[in-house]
Design a protein around this ligand. Sequence first.
Ligand code: NAD
Length: 261
Amino acid sequence: MQLDSCVAVVTGSTSGIGLGIARALATAGADIMLNGFGEAAEIDALRAGLEAEHHVRVGFDGSDLSTRAGVEALVAAAVRDLGRVDVLVNNAGIQYTGPVQSFPAERWDAILAVNLSAVFHATQAVLPGMLERNQGRIINVASVHGLVASAHKAAYVAAKHGVIGLTKVVALETAITGVTCNAICPGWVLTPLVQRQIDDLATRAGITADAAQQQLLGEKQPSLEFATPDQIGALTVFLCSDAASQIRGAALPVDGAWLAQ
Ligand code: NAD
């Protein structure tokens, strides 16, 4: 795999970890299809900025990945505008927290659709082309919550465990090909998704956002530091390298020792 001749689709790349991954792949020379929600003008500035800075082609498709049709539209846009898909990063994700007995069923459905089913639909859409060329990388941004649970995250934990299971199956089915499939399992990364949880905690506990941030890290992440989108991006680039060609079906933590406990 030479990233400077590859096309990468990064789902949910208008923000947070996905944006960090898109930047890292563009820095390594890959053409990028961005996806996600946000202000059209901001996204276009982001797209044009990446293109100018890294001298790669960068497209954007704002399909909603909560449906199979949306996922298919994104992959079709990448093939139409950039030629093919060599790297698929399934990163888009949403969160909702609450006790299981009152967890809204529509939130369950939405989280399963975006965090798990979209990974299946996108994998199905890109795999035939990758197998035909005998080259490809599928990288699923799961979570430490794909390997352990936390209270009040029923749908998220179920979906992320599912992503790791799916990663293993795809890795087995592609084991003797040039396609690999792996999962990255971040601990806390300071993104809008986590900022909302910090703000909720601050309000609930009547403490400052800084204190809530420290409490969040202290409960789970022994390093007491956030992992960064750049670090997740760097691991993604490594997984695309030939050095990583025998890393298959792995769930790789970037978690400040969360899972070591
Ligand atoms: P974020 O909220 O900053 O970004 C999420 C991205 O997904 C955005 O671009 C958003 O527009 C997009 N998105 C959401 N719903 C979508 C939909 N229906 N269709 C298309 N795009 C959609 O979140 P983040 O923290 O960067 O999370 C990215 C991934 O990393 C998620 O899968 C999340 O579960 C995972 N993760 C995050 C952390 C963390 O601490 N931030 C930890 C572990 C795993």
